[in-house]
Design a protein around this ligand. Structure first.
Ligand SMILES: C[S@@+](CC[C@H](N)C(=O)[O-])C[C@H]1O[C@@H](n2cnc3c(N)ncnc32)[C@H](O)[C@@H]1O
Length: 366
């Protein structure tokens, strides 16, 4: 699979480096097995290796080809696997990693933005950062206004009205031109419709971001990676997740809420059915629940001064919570005397309950 995605440029620095690695290794210690689910240019991996004992091991994953960057760390304790971190629970068999780090936020240097047609000057509007993504210019030729408006609202943080105006204007420009829109075309339409951005960003900034997030399925991947990481940790290890954008942080929070064990005080005043609706984990047989171990951690003033991108970065620690058998949530409700099994509306796995009309998996169609 050719992705052509280069290692992160030197101008892109690893976020929350010391805080994330310290928390990651806090439970397992230096002699354990760790997973870096998003190797990138290896900044976090290098820091983990720095703290790892000789018998410790690190498995680093990336969907894109980073083998050379991994080799350049030249460390026998490191194994690089080119694979999505959504698959990490399939890699370890009986082995249990002590910690998983996920840092999936896209951070592109100016040069990479140009190469991917995501700068406002570049010609071809590409946007593919993962092997499964579709080209943005191809997608814009066949997308409907409703889908485009949904994408702009969902991932571009646009109001519904503005998302619709932008969608209609972009598709009008596409129909007028006939051939593929360039990134300059798209930027021009956005500028004409939005004129200014409330947050002082380039008027096209969030439109480009929304299209990229959608076509690379960034939020879907994050969600799948969280599920997979918790499964592989088997409720004992430590998961740390770095997010850079509001949608990513919201997804982590939503994941946590959906995987929390029920608060049994509610059993005193809501029906079992309602309890299951409020804590969807109780309708599944997942063998773990989650609990937010601490408030998301922000970068220090010192880091932000060195790297302004860090200002919006958050480090989440959605610690797994273990029960001996079956779903802890289900067990807890049962212990409270509630008939959760018959109360569960559909017994639908939690992962499948939050879907959107347009959020379907591109990979099936591609
Ligand atoms: C922000 S970078 C990681 C930076 C890294 N922590 C470092 O210190 O250099 C994100 C990386 O995640 C990779 N990536 C994106 N989606 C992925 C997925 N589903 N599975 C594995 N890697 C993924 C990208 O190719 C990119 O290299």
């Amino acid at each position: 699979m050719q992705s052509g995605f280069e290692p992160l440029a030197a101008e892109v620095k690893p976020l929350l480096l010391h805080e994330s690695v310290e928390l990651l290794m806090q439970v397992g210690g230096p002699a354990a097995l760790y997973v870096d689910g998003s190797f990138g240019q290896g900044g976090h991996s290098a820091e983990i290796l720095r703290h790892l004992a000789p018998e410790g091991r690190l498995v680093a994953l990336d969907v894109n080809q980073k083998a050379e960057a991994a080799r350049s760390l030249s460390d026998a304790r490191l194994r690089f696997v080119q694979r999505s971190c959504r698959d990490l629970c399939q890699l370890f068999g009986e082995e249990e990693p002590a910690g998983v780090l996920l840092d999936l936020s896209v951070q592109l240097s100016a040069q990479e933005e140009r190469a991917k047609g995501l700068s406002f000057q570049a010609d071809a509007l590409d946007g593919r950062l993962t092997p499964w993504a579709r080209r943005a210019d191809e997608w814009l030729k066949q997308v409907t206004a409703a889908e485009l408006a949904w994408v702009l609202q969902e991932y571009g943080e646009q109001s519904s009205l503005l998302a619709w105006r932008l969608a209609e204007a972009i598709l009008h420009r596409q129909a007028e031109k006939g051939s593929a829109l360039t990134s300059a075309d798209l930027a021009e339409v956005c500028r004409a419709v939005k004129i200014v951005d409330d947050r002082g960003l380039h008027p096209a900034k969030q439109v480009f971001q929304a299209i990229r997030v959608h076509l690379n399925e960034e939020i879907r991947e994050l969600r799948a990676a969280l599920c997979s990481a918790l499964k592989s940790l088997r409720c004992k290890g430590r998961l740390v997740v770095i997010t850079l954008r509001r949608q990513e942080a919201s997804e982590v929070k939503r994941f946590l809420r959906e995987h929390e064990a029920p608060d049994l005080r509610f059993a005193a005043f809501v029906t079992p059915r309602r309890l299951v609706e409020l804590w969807p984990l109780a309708s599944t047989d997942l063998p773990y629940a989650c609990r937010q171990l601490c408030e998301p951690i922000r970068a220090s003033a010192h880091e932000v001064a060195r790297n302004p991108r860090a200002k919006v970065a958050l480090l989440h620690v959605p610690g797994p919570w273990h029960a001996a058998e079956g779903s802890p949530a289900a067990r807890a409700v049962q212990e409270a005397g509630a008939d959760w099994a018959s109360a569960a509306p559909h017994g639908v796995p939690v992962q499948d309950t939050v879907t959107s009309t347009f959020g379907s998996d591109n990979r099936e169609a591609a």
